[in-house]
Design a protein around this ligand. Sequence first.
Ligand code: ATP
Length: 439
Amino acid sequence: MEKNENLMEKLVSLCKRRGFVYQGSEIYGGLAGTWDYGPYGVALKNNIKNLWWQKFVTDREDMFGLDGAILMNGKVWEASGHVGGFADPMTECVKCHKRFRADQVGEKCPDCGGAFGPVRQFNMMFKTQIGAVEDSSATVYLRPETAQAIFVNFKNIVDSFHPKLPFGIAQIGKAFRNEITPRDFLFRVREFEQMEIEYFVKPDEWEKNFALLQEEIKDYFKQVGVTFSDISELEVPAEDRAHYSKRTIDFEFEYPFGRKELCGLAYRTDYDLSQHTGASGQDLRYFDEAGGEKFIPHVIEPSLGVDRVVLALLISAYTEDELGGEKRAYLKFNYQMAPIKVAVFPLLKNKPELVEKAKEIYLALKKEISSVAFDDNGNIGKRYRRQDEIGTPYCVTIDFDTLGENPELKDTVTIRDRDTGSQERVKVSELTQFFKDKN
Ligand code: ATP
């Protein structure tokens, strides 16, 4: 797809106008790095998360789900290395005092042309206090990644389920990073969601499992509908890898603002479980019955940012074309991702017999298919445009023929296809099956 310059502006505006994403705390002037998802945004995000959960957890026998607490004992983050090292290099303009990530700016301040002061390390974890006593023992952090809740629960899962290696623990949840310069809409935010798996393997089996997960991630993006040719895999060189990683692949996406990370796949060795063993004094080794030995498993971690997937999907789906001589913009979501699958209209709003029939069909469909909408606002052209913009694949219209004006067409409706605008007549009794076949 052509990625024109204004694409981000158009998307931000569509997302606000149509109820996908709003600026966080907007009526108070906003809060940098935060966004609120409106009704269609929540639905889209849930579809993205549900597909991931289904593919990586429900459909597999080697994955265990987890929903850990956001607040964790501060010692977790000391052991993981985040208190000491989860920092970005920060520099400040000596003239306007704006702060920037030192690795993302040139010699001079992009805002005022001033010179930069010295670079210092800025820890990105949000700190807060727990309980009424304000001393250092009460310091807690909003988690900057979901992964640590998984490591901390490794022993619990092993004790409850006795899984055989390899197996994974998966989690979807919020993460928080005090980014120095949040920007690019949902791309770099301070509060976001991650979908992470820690996949535990025997040390000599990491390469095989790394390759398997790499393929699964690609398959997931295909199913979501992110433009696959815009995804590339970057083998991260040793000097750029996180301290715990022996191999990392970044899946990058061609965003309109450049090729940037969409998600990561890292071989974390036995770093985290070893750290937690040392710091907690707990034995986090795994007993391998077949080999009769105890050892700390190694870990492969696919880590996806939900918000970056939402953004990549919006960018992939945004399409402009001409239909019936009119220009239009629409979101070309696949059926599974679309927030609304089917919209049902009466041809005219002021004909009670049409509205009644449309409501009846709408309610019957709603029982069978999730995410059906009823729309009788404005004329039919406006309704089509609205549904196109939110990416609804099908619109069903109830007209006078449905009621029997043309007896041959009684109890049939038109289904309009979002992408082509073409319409076909289908029997009401066959509607549910028509849509079920699309899923
Ligand atoms: P970047 O280099 O872009 O800051 P990162 O390498 O720090 O990202 P990871 O620590 O690997 O990111 O986090 C895993 C995933 O979490 C990323 O691939 C991304 O999808 C998501 N993510 C990380 N930081 C943010 C953020 N500030 N806003 C939105 N998503 C994020």
